[in-house]
Design a protein around this ligand. Sequence first.
Ligand code: HEM
Ligand SMILES: [Ca+2]
Length: 335
Amino acid sequence: MDCSRILYFGIMMMIIYCERSLSENVGNLLLDYYKERCPMVEEIVQRQVQIAVLKDPRMAASLLRLHFHDCFVMGCDASVLLDSFEGMVSEKQAAPNLNSLRGFQVIDEIKCILEEACPRTVSCADVLAIAARDSVALRGGPWWNVYLGRKDSLKASFNGANQFIPTPNSSLETLIANFKVQGLDIGDLVALSGSHTMGKARCVSFRQRIYERNPEESLEYYHHSDRTKIFRRVLRSICPQSGRDNAIAPLDYKTPTRFDNHYYHNIVEGKGLLQSDNVLVSQDYGGEIRKHVWGYAKDQEYFFESFANSMIKMGNINVLTGEEGEVRKSCRFVN
Ligand code: HEM
Ligand SMILES: [Ca+2]
């Protein structure tokens, strides 16, 4: 091959590469949205998440959940962060969030530092997305590029939070439907449920599961009845049939603070904490769901890759961009 052809080939490859890296976007979001506007944003968020998680290891789980509860209500627009004000009840007051969502103060601190570094530039919705990614990575989970440029909403939806956030006693059909409404499929449901590899739940969230007769007891895969009896006995000692509603238990009893694939080991053994965890294996769905569950249980890398992809997909739900919404000055109030 002569030199000019090699040169031509090289230039073509460079053009293709440049075009690809310039068009690194998902929907209307961009990888380098803050490159000029606020180049330090990811470092700042990461550092603050590190500090917060050092102080309180559970905060990693709480920040991840905050992003999820944001995205499922009107999209990833930081609506979840707004406090109530005249005529508008916050999402914080809704049943799935009240006395349960955590991490608002950490987000306030991050936003405060960002307002010093780059005033009125970084949206609260983007802070949530970056903080969720860093929380996962910090606990040993995968890292992924977060697409940025979300704007913050001008309102919250109390009713939306009650309607769209899945409840812990849901059937599999309901969970699938809850995810479908958001444009997420069965694969996303199974991968994102793997978030329950860290963090905790209150007694009110798993009481029904440990006192009701378990539907899975009759299923053929259910080999471990003695071991699950002990598991349930321990949970019953934490969570009596009435009272102690706010007593907490780890979602993943094996490695509660690590982001790994033990969640799937647990549910295969019938030891998921929530009913919504256990239905992924106890209710049959043409084998498709179990296939994912077993795949993730066997291969952590495969889980990590799927999880990261589904997080990117979730982070893109109904985002406000361009002239839509605003960049809030304080995440708790519209400007
Ligand atoms: C599949 C449907 C889901 C249901 C029914 C569900 C339900 C719940 C419930 C009831 C809790 C405990 C809350 C409490 O008792 O205070 C919880 C905790 C948690 N959820 Fe989910 N969740 C689901 C999916 C997800 C997804 C998609 C994510 C993240 C992408 C997630 C992340 C978490 C985390 C990290 C915690 C622990 C939070 C902490 O310790 O502060 N969950 N979830
Ligand atoms: Ca939202």
